[in-house]
Ligand binder design. Structure first.
Ligand SMILES: CC(C)(COP(=O)(O)OP(=O)(O)OC[C@H]1O[C@@H](n2cnc3c(N)ncnc32)[C@H](O)[C@@H]1OP(=O)(O)O)[C@@H](O)C(=O)NCCC(=O)NCCSC(=O)c1cc(O)c2ccccc2c1O
Length: 152
């Protein structure tokens, strides 16, 4: 729920994308090597900003010079994902601060609902000139508060 101060505490509608687990995601045992989840989820953040929010992610960085570095990352791994699995990646905003946002990102089996892993991630909006925190740009904030889900 958004407050008058522009903060939101309640999880919003989840942005989702289908993803197949590829050979290159896996270790020799044929299961996802854990850093690859972070690569997959970073791609989900890109898709969320560009497609879910309608804010060009690449222009945000390269033209507007706004960075989104991670300052906190907490991960839980609950079940293995195997090469060839078709999973769903989901993203919800748990908190929207003035210069940071807390995302809950997860990977799950859409057929059974089995949770494979989940991450809580805090991103800070920064100036890529100074590498200091800046206010979340108004268009980004407005789009997040709109909270529109996007189909998988
Ligand atoms: C990011 C920092 C420059 C922030 O330091 P600064 O002093 O400017 O800001 P504050 O400390 O006042 O905090 C602002 C805001 O963030 C919240 N916050 C800060 N730290 C934490 C934390 N550990 N946990 C939770 N929340 C935190 C704080 O509460 C404030 O929130 P409000 O909403 O209330 O305003 C500085 O911390 C820094 O440089 N950190 C190192 C970042 C880093 O190197 N991360 C490693 C990965 S880098 C990375 O992933 C990455 C980098 C990029 O440049 C990218 C650019 C573009 C896209 C993606 C990038 C990317 O993924």
């Amino acid at each position: 729920m958004a407050t008058s101060a522009g903060e939101t505490e309640a999880p919003q509608a989840e942005f989702q994308r289908a993803r197949m687990i590829r050979f290159s995601d896996c270790d020799p045992a044929g299961i996802v090597f854990y850093p690859q989840y972070f690569v997959m989820l970073n791609g989900l953040v890109e898709d969320w900003v560009s497609e879910g929010l309608g804010i060009g992610y690449h222009a945000l960085i390269s033209e507007r010079r706004i960075g989104l570095p991670t300052v906190r990352l907490e991960a839980d791994f609950r079940a293995v994902s195997r090469m060839g699995d078709r999973v769903t990646l989901g993203l919800a905003v748990e908190r929207l601060g003035s210069r940071s946002m807390t995302l809950v990102l997860r990977c799950f089996d859409p057929a059974s609902g089995e949770l494979r892993m989940q991450v809580k991630q805090v991103l800070v909006t920064t100036s890529l000139e100074s590498h200091r925190a800046v206010e979340i740009p108004q268009d980004l904030r407005t789009a997040i508060l709109r909270g529109a889900p996007s189909p998988a």
